[in-house]
Design a protein around this ligand. Structure first.
Ligand code: COA
Length: 260
C-alpha cells in the first residue's frame, strides 16, 4: 500500500511511522487511520521489527485530533460507526500489537491524537507538547478510547477534570501525572526514543510480546491478568529465546536473541 498521509521508515529494527499532514496539524482523517493501520500491521508482521515509534511531522503537532471536517455532519449511526471502526483498526489494534510501540509526542496531542498516544505502550513528550481531550467543547465525547485509557493512566479524578474542562496540560504536567514517561527538548525527542528502542531491542522480542499481553490483561474486562501471566510465563519456557537467554547468563556472555 502506498501512503498519502504517513511516512514509514525502517532503520536497524526500529520502524518510525510519521503522520504527515502538517498543514492540518496531522489530524486523523479516515484515510490516515487506514494507512496507519496498514503501516502498523506491516511493521508488526516483519520479523525484523523490534520497536515501532510513532510521531507527527512538523514542529507544532503530534496529532491535533480526529479530522473535525469529516464528521461535522454525521448522524447517530455514523458517529457510532466512526468510533467502533477507529477503535478496532487503530487504537485497540496498536495497544494489542506484539511489537512495542512508543509515542514520540512532538507537539499538540489533542483528542484522537492523545488517544493514539495513549494506545501506544508508553509515551515520551518534547517540552512544547500540549495534551488534552477537548471533545466536550465540540459537543461530543472522546470516542477512540479516551474515556477508558485516560483514567487508567492518570486516575479517575484527574481524567474527569481534564475531560470536563476540555483543558490542555503541558509536557511537565503530563510527566507529573504519569501520562508521559519522559520530557525532552524538541531536538532530542526522536534520538531519545531511539535510544530506548535500542535498549528494548537487545531483549527477547518473544518475551516482550508475552509481557505486553500479560500487562494488557490487567485492563481487560472478564480476564484474570494473573492467569494470563501464568500462561505467558509458562509459554516462555518453550521458546528458543528462553534457552538462549538462560544459557548466555550461565556462560557469562551477552544473549543473542534470534528474534520473533
Ligand atoms: N481537524 C481538522 N482540522 C484541524 C484539526 C482537527 N482536529 N486541528 C487543526 N486543524 C486544521 C485547522 O482547521 C487549520 O486548517 P486551515 O489552515 O485549513 O484552516 C490547520 O489545521 C491549522 O490549525 P489552526 O487552528 O489554524 O492552528 P492554531 O495554532 O491556531 O491552533 C489548535 C492549534 C490545536 C489549538 C487548534 O487547531 C485546535 O483547537 N484544533 C482542534 C483540536 C480538537 O478539538 N481536537 C479534537 C477533535 S475530536
Amino acid at each position: 500500500m502506498s501512503y498519502n498521509n504517513i511516512i514509514s521508515q525502517q532503520n536497524n529494527g526500529i520502524v518510525t511511522i510519521t503522520i504527515n499532514r502538517p498543514n492540518k496539524l496531522n489530524a486523523l482523517n479516515k484515510e490516515t487511520i487506514e494507512e496507519l493501520h496498514d503501516a502498523f500491521d506491516v511493521a508488526n508482521k516483519d520479523q525484523n521489527t523490534k520497536v515501532i515509534i510513532v510521531t507527527g511531522s512538523g514542529e507544532k503537532a503530534f496529532v491535533a485530533g480526529a479530522d473535525i471536517s469529516e464528521f461535522a455532519d454525521f448522524n447517530v449511526k455514523q458517529g457510532s460507526k466512526l468510533a467502533k471502526k477507529g477503535q478496532k483498526i487503530l487504537f485497540d489494534f496498536v495497544e494489542n500489537l506484539s511489537t512495542p510501540v512508543i509515542a514520540a509526542v512532538n507537539g499538540f496531542a489533542l483528542g484522537g491524537g492523545l488517544e493514539l498516544a495513549m494506545a501506544c505502550h508508553f509515551r515520551v513528550a518534547s517540552n512544547n507538547a500540549k495534551l488534552g481531550l477537548p471533545e466536550v467543547s465540540l459537543g461530543v465525547i472522546p470516542g477512540y478510547g479516551g474515556t477508558q485509557r485516560l483514567p487508567q493512566l492518570i486516575g479517575k479524578g484527574r481524567a474527569m477534570e481534564l475531560i470536563m474542562t476540555a483543558g490542555m496540560i503541558d509536557a511537565n504536567q503530563a510527566l507529573n501525572y504519569g501520562l508521559v514517561n519522559h520530557v525532552t527538548t524538541q531536538e532530542e525527542l526522536l534520538p531519545f526514543c531511539e535510544k530506548i528502542a535500542t535498549k528494548i531491542s537487545r531483549n527477547s522480542s518473544v518475551a516482550i510480546s508475552s509481557a505486553i499481553k500479560a500487562i494488557n490483561a490487567n485492563f481487560k474486562d472478564g480476564v484474570n491478568g494473573f492467569d494470563i501471566e501464568i500462561q505467558e510465563f509458562g509459554n516462555c519456557f518453550g521458546t528458543d529465546d528462553f534457552e538462549e537467554g538462560t544459557t548466555a547468563f550461565l556462560e557469562k556472555r551477552k544473549a543473542e536473541f534470534p528474534g520473533r
